[in-house]
Design a protein around this ligand. Structure first.
Ligand code: FE2
Length: 462
């Protein structure tokens, strides 16, 4: 919604103008003095300022003069809405770049027509003409001013200053200028933030072919040779601006779609993490001896993966795989899982089946086939004496070898009904003993490094 600031010392005028403009769909802010108006301009993005002339303390002309002197707000569009008919005021208003002068009282239609005209003007594409010849400024204005907003500057330095404050939609640039020529100006403008892709059309003489080729390579959009035919030039500029509009639109669309996709992708990831967490929580809840086991195994596996140099995605996957390594216990009866004494052979065989059962459950998740690997083979041993398949060495998937050592480490560093967590030195010794027999020695070394870094023995069930 377009925002209009109305400055008038008479509150009745403010009320009636606000009423008319709001009725036409504009957002209206009011101020009762020039200074208050300037303060609002500095804080708010105002599309048009409607200014009274006769006001106490600081009149409208003085207010406009101050606005034009303040770089931060100097380019605001201003129209006077006043009872003053002084020719001097009118000429001052024009001198300070006012866009119109409406006499109060005015009919609502008259006000709205003038406001609309100025705001449409603001929608026109901005063309910057850089040329050291004042005659060319006049000519460009004659050709383009009806269709575009045209700003003319006389040197490369002025052009660079201009684009730092407002980015034009197109630049028409003379190649032959003293001090900084068109090529140097073009290169300098490209280095200004946000100005690398402004379409630039060069005005060139008949014999500048080598320069043309060089400038094309640097990214020039088009060349117009002197003397130019206004109608053809107009058509070329129109096409370039249309193309730019289309490109901007496509860029915006691609950015919008990309951010939508990223957001929905993140949403799916969050949902997946939450499901994994809920499921692993339900496994741990079933087993009264292993409070928080899945979480800790996942944390240790993640740290090992990081130390092994896995990338962010791989680390995240290993974490989730480890979270669900015991998911098969869901299918084992609570009596066996929570049996306080020693398991008999038959019960032990049933417990061992949690690996295959976990694999079957997780294999159903076809979008993430690796998820089943940890559950399936985390009880395999490096020497081939583990279960369920007796795989050995590198035949055991790496993910399962990681989860295996994290799982065993947590079993030793957790409290059991019959014992507290083992002392850290004992746990370390067991890992050393298992290197090459129970554990992959390379992965076990990462575990040992983690133990050695954990001087307070924080990595255990609390
Ligand atoms: Fe297990």
């Amino acid at each position: 919604m377009r925002k209009i600031l109305v400055v008038d010392d008479e509150s009745m005028n403010l009320i009636s103008t606000k009423f008319i403009l709001e009725g036409a769909g504009y957002e209206v802010i009011t101020a009762e003095s020039g200074q208050e108006g300037i303060d609002i301009l500095k804080k708010d993005d105002i599309d048009l300022l409607l200014l009274d002339v006769e006001m106490p303390v600081m009149n409208g002309i003085k207010t406009l003069e101050m606005i034009r002197e303040d770089e931060a707000i100097s380019d605001v569009k201003v129209m006077f809405l006043t009872a003053s008919t002084s020719k001097e005021d009118m000429s001052d208003a024009v001198r300070y770049g006012a866009k119109g002068f409406i006499k109060k009282p005015c009919l609502p239609d008259e006000l709205l027509k003038s406001v609309k005209k100025i705001l449409v003007e603001r929608d026109k594409a901005l063309v910057l003409v850089v040329d050291d010849e004042p005659m060319n400024h006049m000519m460009m204005k004659m050709v383009f001013e009806e269709t575009y907003r045209v700003n003319c500057v006389s040197s490369g330095a002025e052009a660079i200053d201009f684009v730092k404050n407002s980015v034009p939609d197109l630049i028409i640039l003379d190649i032959n200028m003293p001090e900084m020529d068109g090529k140097e100006t073009f290169e300098n403008i490209k280095n200004v933030e946000g100005c690398a892709d402004i379409p630039t059309v060069f005005i060139t003489a008949e014999d500048d072919e080598d320069t043309e080729l060089e400038l094309f390579k640097l990214g020039a959009m088009e060349f117009i040779r002197k003397p130019f035919i206004p109608e053809i030039m107009k058509e070329r500029i129109r096409r370039i601006l249309e193309l730019k509009k289309l490109q901007d639109f496509l860029n915006d669309e691609v950015n919008r779609k990309t951010s939508d996709l990223v957001e929905s992708n993140n949403k799916v990831k969050r949902l997946f993490d939450q499901l994994v967490s809920a499921l692993s929580g339900s496994i741990d809840a079933k087993d009264s001896y292993t409070n928080g086991h899945s979480n800790r195994v996942a944390e240790y596996s993640k740290e090992i993966a990081i130390r092994m140099g896995k990338n962010e995605e791989e680390v995240r996957n290993i974490y989730n795989i480890a979270m669900l390594h015991d998911v098969g216990k869901i299918g084992i009866s609570n009596d066996i899982i929570n049996k306080p004494g020693k398991l008999d052979d038959e019960e032990y065989e049933i417990i061992k089946s949690h690996t295959v059962m976990g694999w079957k459950i997780l294999s159903e998740i076809s979008e993430f086939p690796e998820l089943a690997i940890g559950a399936h083979w985390h009880h395999e041993r490096y020497d081939g004496k583990g279960y369920p398949d007796g795989l050995a060495g590198e035949d055991i998937p790496e993910i399962a070898r990681i989860v295996c050592i994290a799982d065993c480490y947590d079993a030793m560093s957790s409290n059991r009904s019959y014992r507290d967590a083992l002392p850290q030195a004992v746990v370390r010794e067991e890992i050393v003993k298992g290197m090459g027999s129970q554990f992959d020695p390379v992965i076990a070394q990462h575990m040992l490094d983690m133990i050695d870094a954990d001087t307070n023995y924080d990595m255990r069930e609390k």
